[in-house]
Design a protein around this ligand. Structure first.
Ligand code: NAG
Ligand code: NAG
Ligand code: NAG
Ligand code: NAG
Ligand code: NAG
Ligand code: NAG
Ligand code: NAG
Ligand code: NAG
Ligand code: NAG
Ligand code: NAG
Ligand code: NAG
Length: 434
C-alpha cells in the first residue's frame, strides 16, 4: 500500500509519456472536446488528451489506480471523483483552470494528488482523503470561489492566495500543523477547526472577512485584519496571546471562550461591536483589559473567569444585558455598577459578582494573591448589591424575542456564539454526510 512517492512519480511520468505519444497522433482533430466524460480508465482520458480546453466535466467512476489528465489545460465544468477505493494517484500536469467544482471525496487510497499548474478553480472540495499527505499546487491557486479541505493527512497548507474567496473551511485534518494562506477578503466565512492540536495559522494579508472562527489552534496571526462584517470567535484553542492589532469594527459578535492557555488578549483599535462580547472560561486570563477603545456593544456582554480586572474604559452604550463574574477575590465591580446606574447598560439584565469571601481563601491560596480577605469582603459586598436581577443572565436574554428599538432590547445577545456553534455543526454535518 505504501508506495514510495518516487516510484509513483516515475510510474505517473511513464504513463503520461506513453499517453501523450499515442494521443498526439490520433487526436489532432479537436472533436470530442465538448462533452461530459465519465472516466473508467486511463484510456478514456487518453482520448481527450488532445483537447487543450475541455468544454464539459470529467467524472472519474472506474477502478483505475493511477490516472493522469494529460494535455488538458482548462476544464470549463467540474472534475469529480467520489467514493473510489482504488484510485491512488491523480495528476494533471498542465491543468490551469477548473471552472466549477474540483470535487474529490472519499478516496481512501489516494496518496498522490498533483496539479502543479493549477491557478483557478470554482469550488475546491477535498474531503475524506485520509492517505493524502502532500498537496502539490506548485503554481499556486489565485482564484477560487470556495475552499473546503477536510479529513485529509496533509501536514501543511500553502499555495492558495486568493484575493476574494467565499468560504474557507479547513477542518479535521489530523496532521495539519501549518496553514499560511494569502487571502485578502473572505465573503462568507473562514473556519479553521479540529486539525492537529496546536496548528499554527497565518493570514498575513487578510483585510476583512464576513465571519471568522478558530478551534484548536495555537496561533492565528491576522496582522492586517481591520473589519469583520459579522462574527469572530475563538473557542477551545491553545493560543497564549491573541492580538488583533488593526481590527476596528465587528459587525456581529466577538467571542473568546475556553482558550485554556490564553494569558493576553489585545484588540487595541476595536471601537464598535455589532453583536455580543463574550470572554469566558479562559482559565489563565487574569486581566480583561485589551479593549481600550470599545465604545458600543449592540448585544450583551458576558465575562466569566478568574480575572482581577475586566474593564472597558470607553464604553458608553450596551444595548443588551451584562453579566460579569469573576472568581478572583480581588475583582471590583464598581465600574460596572457605575455603568449600570448611569444607564449605559440598556439591557434588562445586569449582574456583576466576584468571589464570595468564604471560598476566596482557598482560591487566593492557589493564585497566590496577598490581600485576599479584605478585598474579598468588599467585593462580596458589591456583588451582593449588584446581584442577580431576577436570574436573567446574558445567556438567558439571548433567547428572548426581539423587541423594537428601546432599552428593553437584549436580543442579538449571543448570536455569535450560535454562529460559532453553527460552524461546528456545519462541519459535523459535512463529516456526517460522508
Ligand atoms: C461507496 O462505494 C461502495 C462500493 O464501492 C458502496 O457500497 C457504497 O454504498 C458507496 N457509498 C456511498 C456513500 O455512495
Ligand atoms: C482571477 O481573478 C482575477 C481577479 O481577482 C480576475 O481578473 C481573473 O480574470 C481571474 N482569472 C481566472 C482565470 O479566473
Ligand atoms: C465587509 O466589509 C468590508 C469593509 O467594510 C466591505 O468592503 C465588504 O463589502 C463587506 N463584505 C460583505 C460580505 O458584506
Ligand atoms: C496590509 O495592508 C496594507 C494596506 O491595507 C498593505 O499595504 C499591506 O501590503 C498588507 N500586508 C500584507 C502582508 O498583505
Ligand atoms: C457569515 O456572515 C454572513 C453575513 O456577513 C451571514 O449571512 C452568514 O450567515 C454568516 N455565517 C456563515 C456560517 O457564513
Ligand atoms: C478542545 O480541544 C482539545 C484538543 O486541544 C480536544 O481534545 C477537546 O475535545 C476539545 N473540546 C471541545 C469541547 O471541543
Ligand atoms: C504574551 O503575553 C504575555 C503577557 O502579556 C507577554 O509577557 C508575552 O511577551 C507575550 N508573548 C508574545 C509572543 O507576544
Ligand atoms: C464554562 O465552563 C463551565 C464548566 O466547564 C460550563 O458549564 C460553561 O457552560 C462554560 N461557559 C461557556 C460560556 O462556555
Ligand atoms: C478559575 O481557576 C480555576 C483554578 O485555576 C479553574 O479550575 C477554573 O476553571 C477557572 N475558572 C474559569 C471560569 O476560568
Ligand atoms: C466560581 O467558582 C465556583 C465554585 O468553584 C463555580 O461554581 C463557578 O462556576 C465559578 N465561576 C466562574 C465565573 O468561574
Ligand atoms: C472598588 O473600587 C472603588 C472605586 O475605585 C473603591 O471605592 C472601592 O473601595 C473598591 N472596593 C474594594 C473592595 O476594593
Amino acid at each position: 500500500m505504501q508506495f514510495s512517492h518516487a516510484l509513483l512519480a516515475a510510474l505517473v511520468a511513464l504513463a503520461s509519456a506513453q499517453s501523450s505519444a499515442t494521443t498526439s497522433a490520433s487526436s489532432s482533430q479537436q472533436s470530442g472536446c465538448s462533452q461530459d466524460i465519465k472516466v473508467q480508465s486511463q484510456s478514456d482520458l487518453d482520448k481527450i488528451a488532445g483537447c487543450k480546453k475541455l468544454d464539459g466535466s470529467i467524472e472519474i467512476t472506474g477502478e483505475a489506480g493511477v490516472l493522469s489528465i494529460d494535455g488538458i489545460e482548462e476544464i470549463t465544468g467540474s472534475l469529480k471523483a467520489n467514493n473510489l477505493s482504488t484510485l491512488n494517484s491523480l495528476t494533471a500536469p498542465k491543468l490551469t483552470s477548473v471552472g466549477k467544482d474540483l470535487d474529490l471525496q472519499v478516496l481512501n487510497g489516494l496518496s498522490t494528488l498533483s496539479f502543479p499548474a493549477l491557478q483557478a478553480v470554482g469550488n475546491l472540495k477535498w474531503i475524506t482523503l485520509p492517505n493524502l499527505d502532500v498537496m502539490q499546487l506548485n503554481q499556486g491557486v489565485n482564484n477560487a470561489t470556495s475552499v473546503v479541505i477536510s479529513d485529509t493527512s496533509i501536514k501543511e497548507l500553502m499555495g492558495i492566495n486568493v484575493v476574494d474567496v467565499g468560504e474557507v473551511n479547513i477542518n479535521n485534518n489530523r496532521y495539519l500543523k501549518q496553514i499560511a494562506l494569502g487571502l485578502q477578503h473572505v465573503t462568507e466565512s473562514l473556519q479553521i477547526s479540529d486539525n492537529a492540536p496546536g496548528l499554527e495559522a497565518q493570514f498575513d494579508s487578510l483585510q476583512w472577512a464576513a465571519n471568522i472562527s478558530f478551534r484548536g489552534v495555537s496561533k492565528a496571526d491576522m496582522p492586517n485584519l481591520t473589519y469583520v462584517n459579522n462574527s469572530i470567535g475563538y473557542v477551545n484553542n491553545t493560543i497564549k496571546n491573541i492580538s488583533l492589532p488593526q481590527l476596528t469594527k465587528v459587525g456581529g459578535g466577538i467571542f473568546f471562550v475556553s482558550n485554556s492557555e490564553l494569558t493576553d488578549l489585545k484588540v487595541p483599535e476595536l471601537e464598535e461591536i455589532g453583536g455580543g462580547l463574550q470572554v469566558a472560561n479562559n482559565t489563565k486570563l487574569r486581566k480583561v483589559d485589551g479593549f481600550p477603545k470599545v465604545k458600543s456593544v449592540a448585544g450583551a456582554i458576558e465575562m466569566l473567569g478568574n480575572f482581577s480586572e475586566a474593564t472597558l474604559p470607553k464604553l458608553n452604550q450596551v444595548k443588551g444585558g451584562v453579566d460579569v463574574e469573576s472568581n478572583d477575590s480581588g475583582f471590583n465591580c464598581s465600574s460596572w455598577n457605575d455603568a449600570h446606574s448611569n444607564g449605559d447598560i440598556q439591557g434588562d439584565s445586569y449582574q456583576c459578582s466576584a468571589k464570595e469571601s468564604q471560598t476566596s481563601v482557598a482560591l487566593s491560596a492557589t493564585s497566590g494573591s496577598g490581600s485576599a480577605s479584605s478585598s474579598a469582603t468588599g467585593s462580596a459586598g458589591s456583588s451582593g448589591s449588584a446581584g442577580t436581577s431576577a436570574g436573567s443572565s446574558a445567556q438567558a436574554s439571548g433567547s428572548s424575542a426581539k423587541k423594537d428599538g428601546d432599552k428593553k432590547n437584549s436580543a442579538n445577545t449571543l448570536r455569535g456564539a450560535e454562529i460559532v456553534a453553527g460552524f461546528g455543526a456545519g462541519a459535523a454535518i459535512l463529516i456526517h454526510l460522508l
